[in-house]
Write a protein that binds this ligand. Structure first.
Ligand SMILES: CC(C)(COP(=O)(O)OP(=O)(O)OC[C@H]1O[C@@H](n2cnc3c(N)ncnc32)[C@H](O)[C@@H]1OP(=O)(O)O)[C@@H](O)C(=O)NCCC(=O)NCCS
Length: 160
């Protein structure tokens, strides 16, 4: 019997509606520490047309994780021309956590960012500092965003 593996691939345009649904659900649940008005803004900034534009942008990366034909996670990042990459979002469906999907999305994202010329990749996280430290990110700073403490962390891509 074939093993039903999780696969990680750059987003296909047909998956944008599913990504959008998962993104909205993630913002409303797992990123609910942001005030509702900010959640609304984030969701507006990631409506399907915006996700489509990001998917075809040469300096944006959207990776999706699939299991059994279903979308189960995503990572969204960028590599501006200055080489300072960013990881904006990393999410795995709660039912599929703890199976290395997050780590695989993250390591694939870092490798692709490095290939696109990123010398470093930064992110902001409220409650996953330890998670990213385990993957080689180093804490740089912390500041409040909309009253929520965010840790700023950086990864040097020479490590990939
Ligand atoms: C963070 C997230 C993407 C990890 O996905 P995942 O597929 O479960 O990750 P992995 O299987 O690769 O790693 C799981 C490991 O990370 C650990 N972990 C999960 N959340 C953690 C946290 N906040 N701090 C430290 N470790 C954490 C787990 O305990 C597990 O450890 P183990 O390997 O020793 O058992 C997922 O929990 C998620 O989507 N969370 C909600 C969204 C979110 O907060 N994203 C990051 C915000 S910047």
């Amino acid at each position: 019997m074939p093993v039903d593996k999780t696969i990680i691939i750059p987003i296909k345009l047909r998956d944008i509606p599913a990504l959008h649904r998962m993104f909205v659900s993630a913002v409303r649940s797992h990123f609910a520490y942001f005030p509702a008005i900010e959640q609304d803004q984030v969701i507006r900034n990631h409506r399907p047309l915006k996700l489509l534009l990001a998917a075809i942008h040469p300096r944006r990366i959207i990776l999706t994780a699939h299991h059994g034909g279903e979308l189960v996670g995503y990572a969204i990042g960028s590599v501006p021309k200055n080489g300072k990459g960013q990881l904006f979002w990393l999410f795995v469906d709660p039912s599929r956590r703890g199976r290395n999907t997050g780590l695989t999305l993250l390591s694939r994202m870092l490798r692709m960012q490095s290939q696109l010329g990123a010398t470093e990749v930064s992110l902001a996280t409220h409650d996953h500092r330890r998670y990213y430290e385990r993957q080689g990110f180093v804490w740089c700073d912390a500041y409040p965003v909309d009253g929520v403490r965010m840790d700023i962390m950086t990864f040097k891509t020479g490590q990939v």
